[in-house]
Design a protein around this ligand. Structure first.
Ligand code: SAH
Ligand code: SF4
Ligand code: F3S
Length: 437
């Protein structure tokens, strides 16, 4: 009788930086690596992957500092392999291995389906590098979603890449041209997720509303609305120019589509928008929000802003402050302009960094005031909450409202995965407290 010796599984540690798409990709990569179980400790791992972001200088530099910290782990575990994936991998390629020789593997976002072969190669003591933009659809070649129970809210990438080329942005270079996944594959993936406990999906794309995988995004949302057991749908990130009438109508006719919209505008100054190559004006953006609010008056708006873009004057910045005041955002993310190599804006005259910092503080103060006022206006109102996990205090559960607020439910009877009606009792800086009704 021959004895079968089972190899113990190797351990995989993935650290994810950047946007939600990286979170989704990290999951898919973990699923594609056979013979590994995930660990949340780098010092316990046989394979470490840093899934990186290149959007701002600091984000990219963080990766090199982290690699420096991880390097000594190789002396403790000679079998440890270190890989860099994501947008820094795509942007810097072989340079990463030159700067940090402890790195064994570098793979860009469009080649993740090749990761298993690359892993086999590095196990032989070789290095592996792949920053191609292959013809084939990586998701078709990545392993299916594993049959394990999942958290109630999940991401689902439907579109990737960007053809917009905003003058400040690296994404069109790191993620490549816009590609949409076929709608039937997305619907099947959503069904698989629902079978494993998912109740809410957030459809992801760098320009998600430019989706055209045999259907428009509005049509896809309506089709997903017919998936039994799927209770909530969100999508992000949208570009103002791709926000068509039918997608706006979906916010009125599809109850499962949540009343929340992340719609970055970047600046309130037409002069700067033009230099950013945004191809919309502040006015057209404001009119667009009016049209959306006409069909869905309670929609919670969210946005992104860049301050200190090259040649931004105090008057340009004031126009941004005015726009923010007019829109009244529930959430807004603001960033100091960061010069990215190879982008057109990097060659324009830069704003004094002290000035830019000061503008950022003023904008963030306005955004915080707005955000908190909206949170406070929720007190006494009824909300629907998808329960995601137990809260910190006994008897408390934590979930998200339809407007994406974090809500603590006191003395909860609801279980993880339930969608419950609650009444909001208190607003705090970053969350709400509520009781079931
Ligand atoms: N595809 C999405 C996300 C882009 S990155 C979109 O189009 O909105 C997320 C945000 O980072 C952008 O909206 C922008 O506000 C910010 N950003 C992008 N490049 C930047 C840069 N060079 N400096 C500072 N912020 C930047
Ligand atoms: Fe970047 Fe602009 Fe494309 Fe968004 S739309 S990913 S900001 S180039
Ligand atoms: Fe960063 Fe790439 Fe996302 S640059 S924001 S990880 S698309």
């Amino acid at each position: 009788m021959s004895e079968i010796k089972l190899e113990p599984p190797k351990k995989l540690f993935i650290k994810t930086y950047g946007c939600q798409m990286n979170v989704y990709d990290s999951e898919r990569m973990a699923e594609s690596l056979e013979g590994y179980v995930q660990t949340d400790r780098a010092d316990d791992a046989d394979m470490i992957l840093l899934n990186t972001c290149h959007i701002r200088e600091k984000a990219a530099e963080k990766v090199y500092s982290e690699l420096g910290r991880l390097k000594p782990l190789k002396e403790l575990n000679p079998d440890l392999k270190i890989g860099v994936t994501g947008c820094v991998a795509q942007a810097e390629g072989a340079e990463i291995m030159r700067r940090q020789p402890a790195v064994d593997l570098v793979v860009g976002p469009q080649s993740y389906h090749r990761l298993p072969q690359m892993e086999a190669r590095v196990r032989k003591g070789l290095t592996a590098l792949d920053t191609d933009f292959p013809e084939e659809d990586k998701f078709e070649h990545l392993k299916g979603r594993k049959k394990m129970q999942r958290a109630p809210a999940a991401f689902l990438t439907v579109q990737e890449g960007c053809d917009k080329f905003c003058a400040f942005c690296v994404v069109p270079y790191t993620r490549g041209a816009e590609v949409s996944r076929p709608a039937d594959k997305i619907i099947r993936e959503a069904q698989e997720l629902v079978e494993r406990g998912v109740r809410e999906v957030t459809l992801l794309g760098q320009n998600v509303n430019a989706y055209h995988g045999g259907m428009t995004l509005a049509e896809l949302i309506r089709a997903l609305g017919r998936v039994d057991g799927l209770e909530r749908i969100r999508y992000t990130t949208s570009h103002p120019n791709d926000m068509d009438d039918d997608l706006i109508a979906a916010h009125a006719d599809t109850p499962k589509l949540m009343p929340y919209l992340h719609l970055p505008v970047q600046s309130g100054s037409d002069r700067i928008l033009k230099r950013m190559n945004r191809s919309h004006t502040a006015e057209s953006y404001l009119r667009l929000i009016e049209r959306i609010r006409a069909v869905r008056p309670d929609i919670m708006m969210s946005g992104d802003f860049i301050v200190g873009f090259p040649e931004e004057t105090e008057a340009d910045f004031q126009a941004t402050m005015d726009l923010v005041a007019q829109v009244n955002y529930g959430y807004a993310y603001s960033f100091k302009y960061s010069t990215r190599p190879g982008t057109p804006a990097s060659e324009r005259p830069q704003v004094d960094p002290v000035e830019a910092d000061e503008r950022l503080q003023r904008l963030q103060a306005l955004i915080s005031r707005q955000q908190y006022a909206i949170q406070e206006s929720m007190v006494g109102r009824d909300l629907s909450v998808l329960v995601e996990k137990a809260g910190r205090n006994a008897g408390q559960m934590l979930g998200k409202s339809e407007y994406l607020h974090s809500v603590h439910i006191d003395n909860a009877t609801a279980q993880i995965g339930d969608v419950v009606r609650v009444r909001c009792t208190r607003a705090m800086t970053n969350s709400l407290t509520a009781v079931e009704i």
